[in-house]
Ligand binder design. Sequence first.
Ligand SMILES: [Zn+2]
Length: 115
Amino acid sequence: MINKTLAEVESEENPSDCTLESKASVLEMISDTLTSNGVALQSVKDDVNAVRYEMSNLKTRLDKLSTDLTRLMKCPTCGKDISPDFKLCPFCGELLHPHIFVNTSQLQQISARTS
Ligand SMILES: [Zn+2]
């Protein structure tokens, strides 16, 4: 009974089979396109995520830089802005850490006393 109905329906639709087939292939193409679009979208998403990750890295580095910048001190000799982490001024080569100066002057005092 059902088979017969299906056969009838099929025979009725036979003339438009060609159209249906081409529609089906169009649908398949659309589906393929959607899939490849999905793949492309996924890679774009990955790129965006990578860029976002880079941005957050950059932001961290910028934050650190701006912290470093607010911590900048001036070289006592040439007056240029330098990081307090430096032991030597990169511009004039001046020794920057006070204890080094102290030690140097103490050394001079010690050598003055011993001579
Ligand atoms: Zn300097």
